[in-house]
Write a protein that binds this ligand. Structure first.
Ligand code: SAH
Length: 354
């Protein structure tokens, strides 16, 4: 297994079967040493491109209204128990200002697919953010739109876009989403975003219902093909009012294995240690960093609405002020032997060391 990990480190692309073997075996107790080796190599790969720097993004979850009905998600339109909220452009700008004061140089705007903000309003918001703070990167994560809309927001100054593919296997996608959502459209969106020029983020959940090991291998191979700048990978966590309430959560170990494999396969990709990872284990994000992650995304939303953006149960960090979140993460990153920095944290094209 060590040899396979070395091959991956040396730039080989593994066959689907080889990824499957690694995913299955590395979770077994008897391969603990190999698992540690995987994490060591993943960290080494991260260091080649990013040193010990961990980038931070300030996340503003500005609306939990959504027209979609994804079965896993707590803010799907069918969840009548979700308490809905939306922030006004002024409130969003105020959160971003606070983030700027705290040293964030990337602001991520995320929401459900909420049609009440028009294309123009989002465009103006992006332009206003960039005008006020020309040295920040603005990331959007607003779901699937038409190419012209993505282009318009890009022209307004948006730098990056996050749209997880959720699963790279159509049959699996169709078990996680209602029939009106199209796998092909979601994938097309990702190619459009890249072509337009966004730093693009794809990604998937680990341990989502009906997921097979081969599906995870396909996720890695799809990422390799798309070659996104970012990959958001976190465990599936059941949400009590969703159709998947009774399904088991993704595991810490499997998520860490996938993070490390994606780091080794995509090399310089920006890889967050997600809030979901911190939710299934108290030290999940530190462990994510030790498995090759290099981004953390603390919440900048007003505390009054934080609890309402409940994609899954028991989401962490819904009670603290933004400044506290930042401090806490700084400590966690230090515990993982790294340093939280305030740069924009763009995608590294080249190695800084070998
Ligand atoms: N509307 C936007 C943002 C979605 S929320 C979009 O469509 O991209 C961001 C991510 O949260 C989703 O892409 C999904 O991967 C993740 N998510 C949603 N429900 C989840 C759950 N129950 N467990 C873990 N992650 C979940």
């Amino acid at each position: 297994m060590k040899q396979t990990i070395d091959r991956l480190f040396e730039n080989a692309i593994l066959e689907k079967e080889a990824y499957c073997d690694l995913i299955i075996n590395l979770e077994k107790k008897e391969y603990e040493k190999e698992l540690r080796y995987l994490f060591t190599k993943a960290r080494q790969m991260r260091e080649r491109y990013y040193g010990n720097k961990i980038y931070t993004r300030g996340l503003i979850e500005f609306s939990n209204y959504c027209k979609n009905d994804c079965y896993y998600c707590g803010i799907r339109r069918g969840n009548t128990k979700a308490e809905r909220y939306r922030l006004s452009p002024e409130e969003i700008l105020a959160c971003a200002d606070e983030g700027y004061r705290l040293g964030f140089r990337t602001i991520v705007l995320q929401s459900g697919e909420d049609a009440s903000y028009s294309t123009d309003q989002i465009g103006s918001l992006v332009a206003a953010l960039k005008e006020k703070h020309p040295d920040i990167a603005v990331t959007l994560s607003l779901g699937e739109r038409e190419r012209e809309v993505y282009q318009y927001w890009y022209d307004c100054g948006a730098d990056r876009y996050l749209l997880r593919h959720e699963t790279a296997v159509k049959a699996h996608y169709e078990r996680l989403h209602p029939a009106e959502l199209s796998f092909e459209h979601r994938i097309q969106c990702l190619y459009d975003l890249k072509e337009i020029g966004y730093q693009t983020g794809a990604g998937f959940m680990v341990g989502s219902p009906f997921q097979k090991t081969e599906d995870l291998a396909e996720d890695i191979l799809f990422l390799k093909k798309l070659s996104p700048h970012m990959a958001g990978i976190g465990p599936f966590i059941a949400q009590k009012d969703s159709p998947f309430a009774e399904y088991p959560n993704g595991t810490l170990t499997q998520t860490l294995i996938l993070l490390a494999l994606v780091r080794l396969t995509l090399k310089n990709v920006l890889l967050p240690a997600t809030t979901a990872l911190g939710t299934i284990a108290p030290d999940g994000r530190e462990k994510g960093i030790l498995a090759g992650a290099n981004v953390v995304m603390p919440n900048l939303s007003p505390v009054s609405v934080r609890k309402k953006y409940q994609l899954y149960d028991n989401k962490i960090c819904t009670g603290e002020e933004s400044a506290q979140c930042r401090k806490c993460l700084e400590n966690r990153v230090r515990l993982a032997g790294c340093e939280l920095v305030t740069d924009r944290g763009d995608y590294a094209e080249t190695m800084i060391a070998s």
